[in-house]
Structure formats: C-alpha cells, structure tokens
Write a protein that binds this ligand. Structure first.
Ligand SMILES: C[S@@+](CC[C@H](N)C(=O)[O-])C[C@H]1O[C@@H](n2cnc3c(N)ncnc32)[C@H](O)[C@@H]1O
Length: 359
C-alpha cells in the first residue's frame, strides 16, 4: 500500500494534534449519544458505499469504522493522531481496517473508494477555508467516478448567540459544561469549543479546541470546486428532512460519472502527492490483546438524533488475503517512535497499516 502527502500552500495552518494521551485513551467511554446510536449511521453508510470500499477521514478510534467493517464493508482511514490510532489498533475487531497516520487534507492513500466519509463535525477541525477546500479535493482524489463524499456536521449556532455575547452553551450538566465561543465572526469563522468534563475524583478536565465553523451552503461550494454535486442533505442518518431549524446535517455529494476522464486524471496525479513509500504488510510482532480502559470524551454531539431507521444493507466484500495485521504494525511503529521528538507536520510519507482496499 502506498501513501503520500500533497504540498501545502499559503494560508495553510499546521494541523495541531489535540487527541493525545488521556483524551485518546478515554475517547471511547461515552456510551451515550453519538457513541450509542450508531445503527442508523452504519445502515446508511453501508448503503451509500454501494458494495465498494470506504475511506474514513479522521477515523479516530474507529467508533463508526469498526461496526461498518463488521457489516462487510472494506474500510480504510486517515487519522492525525497516533494515540487515537493506537486505540483503534488495540481492538481485535479492527484487524481488517487499513489506517494511515496523516492529515486528511493532504494525505493520499492508494486505492479507489466508492465512499469517503467525515463525521462528528470534524471538517471544522480544519481551521482555514483553504484546508477545508483541500479536504474536499482530497476526498474527490480518492473517489471512483460516481463515488460519494459524506459529511456529518452541525449547523453553526450563530442564531443562538445572545445579543452582545459571543458564547453559546451546548452542555450544562452535573458532569459536563460545554461552551461554544464564536471568537472570529468576520473573516475566518473561528469558534472555540470549551469542554469541562468531570473526572472520577470530581476535578474537571478542560478540552478546548478551535474550529472553523462552516455552513452547509459553503460546503456545497467546496464540493463544486472539487467536482462534486449535492445528492442528499438530511437532518440525521434516519434521512429525516433537513430544515431551517435542523441543528445538524448529513450531506452527500457525488463525483459525477461524466467526470470519468477527470477522475482518471486525478488518480494519475497521485504520482504528484509527494514522496511515496511502501510499507511492510506483515509483521512478526504479536498483536496486543488488551483494550484500553477509558472514561469520557472531549468531543460532543450537537445533535439530538431521532430514533434510528433501517436502511437496506449493502453487499458484503471478501476479506483480502495476505492482509497486514494493523495492530502489529502499529505496535512496531509506536516502539520505533517512542521518545522521539514529533515534527509539527505529519511525516511526508505517512506510516501505513494494513493492505490496500480492493476495488
Ligand atoms: C471528534 S473525533 C472523530 C473521530 C471519529 N471519526 C468518530 O466519529 O468518532 C475527531 C478526530 O479527527 C482527527 N483529526 C483532526 N484533524 C485531523 C486532520 N487534519 N487529519 C486527520 N485527522 C484529523 C482527530 O485526531 C480525532 O481523532
């Protein structure tokens, strides 16, 4: 399997990896909301993949990728945080998932996908318009003609701002206080999400991250720049209608079939994605068997999802033979990089786990 990285341009910020250490280790233990109500999400993604391979940008700990792979969809992912990947790699159910460490705006993975998806408001973790556009272009680069790019994102809560006040609370409970602070409402559309979550010892852990909030209409324009058009916009994964009151949206854009030649050109341009390297597909290192013990989660849903609805299942795919064991390569990598200073940018050639998804 091959991965590469595109060059960066002016107005490009270095993506900061905030999902490290305790944040990554405790990410999976929410058990509610976005973590519990996955059936409609997975049903919908299975159908949208149409039996082909799927790529998750910002795959994280595999909250969705793992149940999607269990439904027979071949899943690959790109993820900035090595710590999140380590949690993913510790899950025995993730052994068929191919994961690459890198920035979803610029990292290229060889292969052709019928579906690229980016969930949980994470397009907004890219904090400039240039990077968000690049992310759409990178999605198009990975898609086969007619393939789909799906984003799940909240609608910016500007309407909820009290006059003269830049902050909107999104969670006020005994255990969690969350405030969206709209810091730059002029050119750059930057908000800051501040989470204060109670620990077991009653202290509060703060997790604060900047976002570039973005409207559905602006995302449509980014899709057009990348050669895609809107196919669906729902309020949630049960395909409930999106309205002016919807706090979130699930949007599906499609790379046109008419762009077959263009798509070929894009795939050919993979050669320009930066240095490329081939990684071992087998490792002698034994697979770790323990799962991390976790509590809490820094990210939060901005949705109150309606009851899940069934969608038709997609076609199951065969597991590929000679597939790498992701866990073992992860472990090798983490041993290799222990105590080494981290570059502020992901490496030009991102470490690759697993085998390339079959078309
Ligand atoms: C809210 S979590 C979502 C994880 C997973 N998709 C889910 O739905 O549970 C956001 C994830 O995005 C990752 N991330 C942020 N910026 C990224 C980037 N530029 N490229 C790749 N991953 C990124 C973070 O490291 C983190 O794992």
């Amino acid at each position: 399997m091959i991965a590469g990285r595109l060059g960066s341009g002016a107005g490009w910020s270095v993506p900061e990896n905030r999902f490290v250490g305790e944040i990554a280790r405790t990410y999976d233990q929410r058990g509610t909301g976005m973590f519990a109500e996955l059936e409609a999400t997975v049903d919908c993604l299975v159908e949208l993949s149409g039996g082909g391979a799927a790529m998750e940008f910002a795959i994280g700990t595999g909250r969705v990728a793992v149940p999607l792979a269990a439904r027979g969809v071949r899943v690959a992912g790109i993820e900035l945080s090595a710590d999140m990947l380590a949690v993913l790699g510790s899950k025995p159910e993730a052994s068929d998932i191919t994961a690459v460490e890198g920035d979803m705006a610029v990292t290229c993975v060889e292969g052709e996908f019928s579906l690229v998806f980016l969930l949980f408001n994470t397009i907004q973790n890219l904090t400039s318009q240039d990077e968000q556009v690049a992310c759409f272009e990178n999605a198009a680069r990975h898609l086969r003609p007619g393939g789909r790019f799906v984003i799940e994102c909240r609608v910016p809560g500007l309407r909820q701002l009290p006059p003269g006040n830049p902050g909107v609370p999104f969670a006020v409970t005994e255990d969690c206080i969350g405030i969206d602070d709209f810091m730059d409402r002029t050119h750059n559309q930057i908000s800051r999400s501040r989470h204060f979550r109670r620990r077991g010892d009653d202290s509060f852990r703060e997790f604060t991250a900047p976002f570039r909030y973005v409207s559905p209409a602006e995302l449509d324009l980014m899709a057009r720049i990348a050669g895609m058009t809107l196919e669906h916009r729902w309020a949630w994964w049960d395909r409930s209608p999106f309205t002016g009151e919807s706090p979130s949206h699930v949007s599906v854009w499609r790379l046109a079939d008419a762009q077959i030649e263009d798509g070929r050109r894009r795939r050919a341009s993979f050669a320009t994605c930066g240095r490329r390297a081939r990684y071992p597909t087998r490792s002698p290192t034994p697979r770790p068997t323990t799962r991390p013990t976790t509590h809490g989660n820094p990210s939060r849903p901005h949705h109150s999802p309606p009851a899940p609805a069934k969608a038709p299942s997609g076609t199951a795919t065969e597991p590929s033979s000679g597939k790498a064991n992701m866990h073992t390569v992860l472990l090798q990598r983490s041993l290799r990089t222990q105590n080494q200073p981290r570059s502020p940018l992901p490496p030009m050639t991102a470490p690759v786990f697993g085998a390339a998804p079959r078309r």
